[in-house]
Each structure stands twice: as C-alpha cells, then as structure tokens.
Design a protein around this ligand. Structure first.
Ligand code: ADP
Ligand code: MG
Length: 698
C-alpha cells in the first residue's frame, strides 16, 4: 500500500493548501465566503486564483476548466490552457480572479429545455467555492454552477445549493425555538453507496448493445446466475482486488474518502461507499467517483458498467443515499438525544421528514426516474416504485403511543409527555433492518434506496431538502410566538403522525400484497415508469412548494420535465435502433449460417445412408426457422414503432409511446432472440454469452 496519508488529497486545493499559500487576510475572507456565502472581493479572487494556479502548475497542470453538471450526461468541462504570451517570446502561466469566478462555455449544445431560447443565448459557469478545486490529468478542475444569463439554472448544482439553503433557513428557525442560539448553520450530509459491474473489456468490445446503450439488449440467462447467493460479501477475485486498490489510490488523491468495498449480490457486481460528506461535496465526489471508476477499469482491461440493469434476470445496480441533517456545532439532528428537550427536537425533525416524504412521495419517485432505473423499480428487486418509510417496530410503536396519548408498552411502560419525558430506549441497531424499504431510518440517518446506479445524487437531494424545508417552515410558522410551546409542539407532532402514518410501513416492500394495500387502501402513488411519473413534476402542489422554497422557478421546472422525458425517449430510441441493427446484421444472419450448417449435415447424412435419422437436424431447423420468422417480423415491427414514436411531437405522448409500444416490442423481440441463442451452436452466435461476461473476470 502506498503512502495513504501522504497521498490523500494530493490533487486537491484543500484547506491545507489554502492556509499554506494564502495570506491570513485573504484566507479568512475566502473562508467567510465558503461558510457564509459572503461575496468575494475581486482582489481576493485574484490572489486565490494565483495561488491555485501556482499549486496546480507545480502539480503538473497546464490547463484549467470550469467543471459542471449539465442536466443530462455526467459532467462537462471545456479546457483552457494557462499560457499567455510573454514579451520575450516565451510563455507565462496566467490565471486571473475573473477567470476563476466566471466562465462562458459555448453552451448551446447542452440541454436547456427551451430555457436559453427564452432568456439568453449563452450560459455562464460560476465558481462554487464550497467545493474544492482538484487536478485531473493535467487539468485544474474548478467546480462550478451553470446558469443562463437570466439566472435560470441549467445544471444540477444550482438547485442543490438552493435546496440546502432553504433547509438551512427553516431548520435555524426551529432550532431557535428550542433555544439553540449558537448554531450558525445547518446542512445536510450524504454518504452514497455505489453499485457497479465489472466485466472484461474483451467481451464488452464484442457487444454493440453494451457499447451503445450500457445494457445488454439480448442474451439468454446463464445456467448459473445468483441462485447460490455466494457472491455477496464473497472473496474478492485477484483482478478485482487489484482494480479496487488502484481505484482507492486515485480516489484518495482526489480527497474522496473511499471506505467500504465488497462484492454485491449478482456475480461481477460490487459496491463502493465513501464516508459521508456535505451534500454538495458528496454530489461532486460521486460524479467524480463514477468517472474515475470507469477510467481505472480501462487501465485494468476491464469495463465498469454503471447502468442500472446491464443484465436481464440478474440483480441491477442502485445507489443508496444515506442522508442526515447536522449543525455547524456538530450535532446530528436525526440522532435521538438523552434529554427530554433533545428528544422533542429529534421527534420534530423526524416528523418533518415523515411529512415531507408523504407529501412529496411523487417528487422522490420522479427524482430517480430514468429509462435505466425503470428496470429496477417496480420490478421486484430494488425497492418498489411505491415510496414508503421504514422506522422499525419500536420507533413506530413510540410514535403510535404519542399519537394516541397511550402509554408506550416497551421496555418501560409509561405515558410520554414531550419535552418532559425522555424517549424510551428503542433499538437503534441498524444491522437488523428492512432492506426492502425505499426509505429507511437507520438509527441517525435516513437511507433512500431507490436511486439508480448512474443517477446523480443531486436530483434526489434537491427534492428531499426542499420537501423537508417545507415541513419545517410549516412547523416554524405554527410554533413561533405560541404561548405554550411544549403543548403546541406535542399537538403538532401528534397531528403529523395522524396525518401521515400511511407512509410508514415496516413490512416486506417486495410483497405483492403491500403494493395492493399501498395503492388501494393507503392511497400512495405507484408510478411505474418515467413516462408515468415525469409529467407530475408540474403538478400544482409540487410547483408551489418548489418555487416557494426558491429551489426552482416555474420555467426551470418546465424545462426539467421536458429534458428528463426527452432523455428517456432518446435513450430507449437508441436502444431500439441498436437492437434493430444487431438483429438484422448479426443475429438473423448467424441463425441462417447455423441453419445452413445443420442442413448440410442432414444432406450429408442422407448421402451416406438415405435411411439414417435426421430428426435432430429437422427439429433444430424447424425451431430455428420459425424463430427466424418471428424475429424477422419482430424487427420490422420494432422499426415501425420507432418511426411512429419519433414522429410524435408532444414529449409526454412520446413517452407513452415508448412505454406502450417500443419497450414491449423490444421485449418480445428479445425473447425470440434469446430462445434462438439457446439453440444455435456457440461458435455461430455473434456475441459473448451472459455466462462469459458474468463469470469472465478471475
Ligand atoms: P450499509 O449497512 O448500508 O452498507 P455503511 O456502514 O456501509 O452501511 O454506510 C453507508 C453510508 O452511510 C456510508 O457512506 C456512511 O459514511 C454513511 N453515513 C454514516 N453516517 C451517516 C450520517 N450521519 N449521515 C449521512 N451518511 C452517513
Ligand atoms: Mg446501505
């Protein structure tokens, strides 16, 4: 193991570098900007820019880029070199405060859902000083937000920062009510657990579907899948171990606290979790992590698949968003305390989350909706598309006792008065917890498990922060200025539990009976696909909350709905076109070649002895001929529905066509192809099998 301590954060312009390289006056002024969002003076910006550039050049950088997260895709960057002509004919390495603070990428080809047309043709990037600059290759990357000149957000960072600010503002109001005067700000933290598949590059290169779409569009199940359940936490294979070691090194240099790694449920599937960080930084780091995971894989002759469902019939990949709310004084507000007042405060924050998740369950669903993630949600593996919350039996019983003014029959039987009594001890052990719940309380944080492995974590945290800010605002409005705080608080908590208890479910989320109960008896929403849920982003209550919390403008919401649906349609259209190509150019011809080989054998046999049995050949030829007819007809139909779908102008309608026509046609075409794969001899089949891909890395 290399020098972990020495190398950690080596490629990051972090606090240690700032302190060492800036005068204390400049450093303090920058810190003020970072922690309080104070405006940066231009002379401070210049000084920071010079120090940052000097540091970057010393560490091998020649270029800089404003690194940002457009609405689709992962991250974007446009590189400029530091060089400027020197009077003597040589070059100088220059970088000004202006260049640090603001950039103007030619943004016309980033999706804006019509925003730029309405406002201003060009967008600009603005430095986010709360996330450290870092070096990637020979480029200094400066984390930035991306906006139009009209101030409309064109990225994921801007609304995330706004949502954190919204939550900060409302949480501070609540904390004041509890007498917490010394807290200056409240922020949310996230630890994302990232799942992924690793396969051999050689197999990947032979699969057009993986190359163009990230998932296999055909492929029959291997004789052995995850049936034995022996991969989870199993011994890590040498090639994978070497990859993980290298990956950790790279991530540590970038200041990412990669911590836990293990095999996942499916063969070839693994997980990596960093230590949690402030949400904004966690989001930047998760984007960077996904990029580095892929880069390091290619050095090892591997490919890292981040698609939610690379292989049908095998568990897909998700991401768990572990989320908590904490103060600058180090208090985790989701941690039950030891005193009556701490307990009451904890219960209030707990209730704020319960209310938020119930009121805005649709927004949480929408925030994880992508073409890829649709394969998991509602497909009996990842949590269902129905959002519910797991609190554990004991905490649920405590809430029920509070709601009904009944004694809690736990370890100690007693009636509780909030603000007077200490909460009864409940089980905070998070090992024995429900893994089928989309949204689980795990002792001092919530774990939202519906994210897809390739999702940006920004989307879900924007919605979560905004919705919780809204609950807190309603609470603060109610509690500020009441005569009897304790009583008002008690009543409000009771009311929240009464009004929102339908969202709490501690049972098995995969159970059919639960989905029925959830939708029919409890009235929870069940949007199965992206096409179903995305239009609800613009439901009146959602627009109202998100605009009142100043997280989005109505125009931004419109554009986002459009972009997300457009992305869904484009993704599936590309998949459809890829499948058409594969079937026409590889699969049908391969089946024909094998058929001709079998026919040749049959006729040879007949030549040798006209009475020799050729029933095996006949059988195969019969089966394959009829499959070929089905496949041929299927690919024609697929082409037709793809054409029709692309001709639809209304994006919502186009989404429905994708859901109702394109996907089912692809599915039945695939079925026939997979049946053929089972019959055709291996050497005739054009693609590596599931078995080869899933068990190929030793
Ligand atoms: P699991 O049992 O779900 O695999 P882990 O121990 O691997 O749990 O932790 C999951 C993630 O939760 C890690 O990234 C960890 O840093 C993060 N985490 C732990 N405590 C908190 C917290 N208070 N707020 C946010 N994330 C947290
Ligand atoms: Mg977890």
């Amino acid at each position: 193991m290399k020098q972990v301590k020495e190398n950690f954060g080596k490629l990051v312009f972090d606090d240690r570098e700032m302190k060492a390289r800036l005068s204390s006056k400049i450093y303090n002024s920058l810190k003020k900007t970072i922690s309080e969002g104070a405006k940066l003076d231009s002379n401070v910006a210049d000084a920071v820019a010079v120090a940052m550039k000097d540091w970057a050049v010393e560490n091998g950088a020649t270029h800089y880029t404003h690194w940002f997260q457009p609405l689709t895709g992962v991250t974007a960057e446009k590189h400029d070199s530091f060089i400027a002509p020197a009077p003597d004919g040589g070059v100088l390495m220059e970088f000004s405060g202006k260049e640090l603070i603001q950039g103007e990428p030619d943004a016309s080809s980033f999706p804006s859902g019509g925003l730029r047309a309405t406002f201003e043709a060009r967008g600009y990037t603005a430095w986010d000083p709360t996330s450290y600059a870092f070096i990637k290759g020979t480029t200094l990357c400066i984390p930035t937000a991306f906006c139009s000149y009209g101030g409309e957000a064109l990225d994921k960072k801007t609304p995330l920062l706004r949502s954190m600010e919204a939550l900060n503002k409302q949480a501070l109001r609540i904390l004041k009510l509890f007498g917490n005067e010394d807290v200056k700000y409240v922020s949310t933290s996230v630890g994302p657990e990232q799942e992924y598949f690793l396969i051999d590059r050689k197999e990947y290169d032979k699969r057009p579907d993986l190359k163009y779409t990230g998932r296999t569009l055909v492929g029959s199940r291997p004789p052995r899948g995850q049936d034995l359940d022996d991969h989870y936490f199993g011994v890590i294979k040498p090639r994978v171990a070497a990859y993980m070691e290298d990956l950790n090194d790279e991530l540590w240099k970038l200041g990412i606290y990669a911590k836990t790694e293990h095999n996942e449920v499916a063969p070839a599937q693994h997980e990596l979790a960093p230590i949690y960080d402030t949400t904004n930084i966690a989001a930047d780091h998760n984007q960077l992590m996904m990029e580095i995971m892929q880069k390091v894989a290619s050095k090892h002759g591997l490919v890292c698949l981040l698609h939610e469902k690379p292989f049908a019939g095998v568990n897909g990949s998700g991401k768990h968003n572990n989320w908590s709310v904490g103060t600058d004084t180090g208090e985790n507000l989701l941690n039950p305390g030891d005193t009556p007042s701490e307990n009451a405060q904890f219960l209030l924050f707990l209730c704020a989350v319960i209310k938020a998740v119930d009121d805005y369950q649709d927004l949480l669903r929408i925030s994880v909706a992508t073409a890829g993630n649709d394969h998991r949600l509602g497909a009996n593996e990842a949590p269902p598309a129905v959002v519910s919350m797991f609190l554990g039996d004991e905490l649920t019983a405590i809430l029920k006792a509070i709601m009904n003014d009944e004694p809690y029959e736990g370890t100690e039987t007693k009636k509780m008065k909030l603000g007077v009594d200490v909460l009864p001890r409940f089980n905070r052990d998070n090992t024995d917890r429900n893994r089928t719940s989309p949204f689980a309380f795990t002792g001092n944080k919530f774990e939202f498990r519906a994210l897809g492995s390739s999702n940006s974590i920004s989307c879900v945290n924007i919605m979560l922060n905004a919705a919780v800010a809204e609950s807190l605002k309603i609470y603060a409005d109610r509690l500020e200025g009441v005569d009897n705080f304790e009583e008002a608080l008690h009543e409000m908590i009771k009311k929240t539990i009464k009004d929102h208890k339908r969202i709490i479910f501690n049972g098995n989320g995969y159970d059919e009976a639960w989905i029925k109960e959830a939708t029919e008896e409890r009235g929870l929403v069940n949007y199965k696909t992206t096409a179903d849920c995305m239009p609800h982003l613009l439901d009146e209550k959602n627009v109202k909350m998100l605009t009142e919390q100043k997280v989005f403008t109505p125009a931004e919401l419109n554009s986002r709905m459009e972009i997300m649906l457009d992305n869904y349609c484009k993704t599936i259209t590309i998949e459809g076109n890829t499948l058409v190509d594969m079937v026409r150019k590889d699969i049908l011809p391969s089946i024909e070649m094998y058929l001709s080989k079998v026919a040749e054998t049959a006729s040879l046999k007949q030549k040798v002895d006209s009475k020799m049995s050729i029933s095996y050949e006949k059988n195969i030829m019969n089966k394959l001929s009829s499959l070929n007819d089905i496949i041929f007809a299927g690919v024609d139909t697929l082409e037709k529905v793809l054409e029709e779908e692309q001709a639809i102008e209304d994006i919502v309608e186009q989404g429905y066509a994708i859901r109702d026509k394109v996907l089912p046609t692809m599915e039945s075409l695939r079925e026939a192809c997979d049946q053929a794969e089972m019959i055709v001899a291996k050497e005739y089949w054009p693609y590596p099998s599931y078995g080869e891909m899933l068990f190929g890395v030793k």
